[in-house]
Every structure is written in C-alpha cells, then in structure tokens.
Write a protein of this length. Sequence first.
Length: 373
Amino acid sequence: MITKNKILLNNSLNTSNLVEKIGDDEKVIVVDNIKFHLENIIKKHPENKIYILVDENSYKYCYSYIEKTFATSPNIIEIESGEKNKNIDSANKIWNYLSDNGADRNSLMINLGGGVITDIGGFVASTFKRGISFINLPSTLLSQVDASIGAKVGINFNNLKNQIGLFSPAEQTIIFPKFLKTLSKKELTSGFAEVVKHALIYKLDAWEELRRFNLKDVDNTKLFDLVVKSTKIKHEIILQDPKEKGIRKALNFGHTFGHALETYFHNKGVRILHGEAVAIGMICEVFVSNKVLNFDLHKMFEIVEYIAINFKSYTVEMQDYDEIYSLMKHDKKNSDNKIRFALLSKIGEIKINQTCEKNDIFQALNFYYQLKK
Ligand SMILES: NC(=O)c1ccc[n+]([C@@H]2O[C@H](COP(=O)([O-])OP(=O)(O)OC[C@H]3O[C@@H](n4cnc5c(N)ncnc54)[C@H](O)[C@@H]3O)[C@@H](O)[C@H]2O)c1
Ligand SMILES: [Zn+2]
C-alpha cells in the first residue's frame, strides 16, 4: 500500500458527511455532535472516576460544549496554558490530583485542549498506576490534525522539547471542528502549516484543493472539510509506521529548518509559533528539494507564493545563518553527523533521510531572505 516515497490512503476522501471515522479502527472520529459521542465513552466509567484536563482557554471556550454530558460535576484539572507548562511540575500537579481524588484503573482522563494538553494529559494518564484510559478532545487546529493523532505523548525536560515520553494511543480521539471557532488567527495559521504539509506530502489533488483555500478570509465549512482530509492523511501514515522507523518521517517535511528556526527566533525573543516556523521551513525545504531532487521549479514557486501570501513573514538575519546551521546540526533526527531531511521529488512523493550541502542550506535561507524584498 505504501512505497518509500508515496503515500496512498486506503479510504476515500469523501467528506460530504462531517461525522467521519478516520480509518477503520474508529479510534479517530470527526463529529458534529460531540455530546452524543462522548456519552458513549463515559458511560463505561463511573462518573466520579472521570477527570477532565483543561487549560484556562479550553475550559473557557470548549467546556460548555460537553458540560451537559455529565449528570454530576466531573473532576476538572486545570493547568496554565502554554508550552512552558508542558513540564514535570504540571505532570506532578496532575498526578497529585489523581492520587488525592481516588483515580484508579477504572478511571478515564479526558484531555480537552490543544497539543500541550493532549501531550501532557496522555503522558500522565499512561504513567499513572501503570496507565489509565484517556481520550483526546483536541481543540486547536494543530492538535486536531496533528498532535492528538499518532500516540506520541510526553513533556519537555531541561528546556528540550518532548524529551520524556512514550508511545501510548488514546482510547479515542474525537475531533469536533466547531471548537476552532474561538481560536485566534495566529493559532489557526500555525495549525494550518501542518494542513499544508499533509497536502504536499500526500498528492497533487490535495494541494490543488488546498491552494484554493484563503486563510485570510476563512470559510469554516471548507476549513472543517480540510480538517477531515488532513487528519486522514496523518492517521494513515501513522498506521503504516507507528514507531517512526520509515515513512512516518515524511511528516518531518519543513521541520528540519522549522525546528531550528523556531529555536532561533525564541532565542532572539521573537514570539513565533511552531507552525509559523514550519511554514518558513517548507519554503526552505522545497528550495532544497529543487536542488537535491530536481523538484519542479514552477511548482516550487507556486508553493512559495501560497505560503508567502498566507503566513506571516519573519526576518532571518544573514549574519545568523551559521547559528541556524548549527541548530540544524543538533536536530535529533540526524545520523552520521549529517543533517537529515524529508524532501519532495514531486508533490505527493516524499523521500526520507535526504542530505544536502551546507551551501544549499545557506542558499535556501537566502532565498527566504530575498522574498521579503
Ligand atoms: N504528540 C504529537 O505527535 C505532537 C505533534 C505536533 C505537536 N505536538 C505538541 O503540541 C503542542 C502545540 O499544540 P497547540 O498548537 O495546540 O498549542 P497549545 O496547546 O499551547 O494551544 C495553543 C493556545 O490555544 C489555546 N486554545 C486551545 N483551544 C482553544 C480554543 N478552542 N479556542 C481558543 N483558544 C484555545 C490554548 O489555551 C493555548 O493558549 C506542542 O507542545 C507540540 O510539541 C505534539
Ligand atoms: Zn509540526
């Protein structure tokens, strides 16, 4: 079903009905009636053994959609929002709450929030008493199409991202696109970078459809449709390579530059979100794809133009190219001291474990630099 460089989905992308199961196992579903689907799961657990993890925003904007599912007031555990709180102190707080409030093997943790909540909630649930059940109700675009699917859970450690964690699948991920209505434009744009990535690594038709979508003037019906399609692409890749031994690395497209740029901007005190850095990363990596794999020049400019129009532009100083290069050298995906990329030979054809010359990396950064002019 899948070759090293081609991703084929086994189920059709018909999304006329928004209530969709993503893949055959029904582990990931997209729904327009969240209460109904949630009831089916929570009835398997005593209500006083249900714990809902939120941050202040997911509580404020999303909890009301599920509140009436519960006959009595459920246990709500709130942690402060933000990546800086995806750490052992928050995990401790949650473990303590579970311990003090009678959580046991019959308990269910409901992770209601963005990727920070689904990552830390999944981690805490998977480690408490050797693991209690958890489900994800992702409430950001990034978490709906990416973070809540694929079983990676964890926390940051010593200022390094996702250093402590494990593969542990959620009992179910319920995607309710209406949650996205309250998301800020910046967060929506950040998540949209992963939607762009999924289309590019999947196939030309997906890209053609996506590039008709205007992020500056969002049509929610079209957005929700794209969420379904994007989720299917990630889910299908995960099914084929759950532990990232091969094709799952395709999901790193845009991320070798992207991660380095994210750290570079953070070090400079510039508030850039993950997806915004990945968007710049995709510009650089489609450029490198042209150099290394002869990716079509016309298509390259098409992609670059779309990203340049729809995503915020940031300044990468020329004198900082060496710093960015050295950050890329420290990427945990590297091996043999070589920087590794997932690059495109065509739209829909990805080649993993690619390398390039230092000069190509500098040229790619320069290409992005020139775009600003
Ligand atoms: N496990 C994986 O495979 C995987 C993949 C990609 C990313 N991640 C992780 O995901 C995290 C990023 O996820 P994120 O972008 O969702 O960030 P996030 O969880 O920090 O959410 C972004 C912001 O949106 C707010 N928010 C959440 N839902 C909202 C809503 N419906 N309306 C308004 N505001 C809302 C949050 O409170 C937060 O301020 C990172 O920690 C990253 O490492 C994990
Ligand atoms: Zn990403």
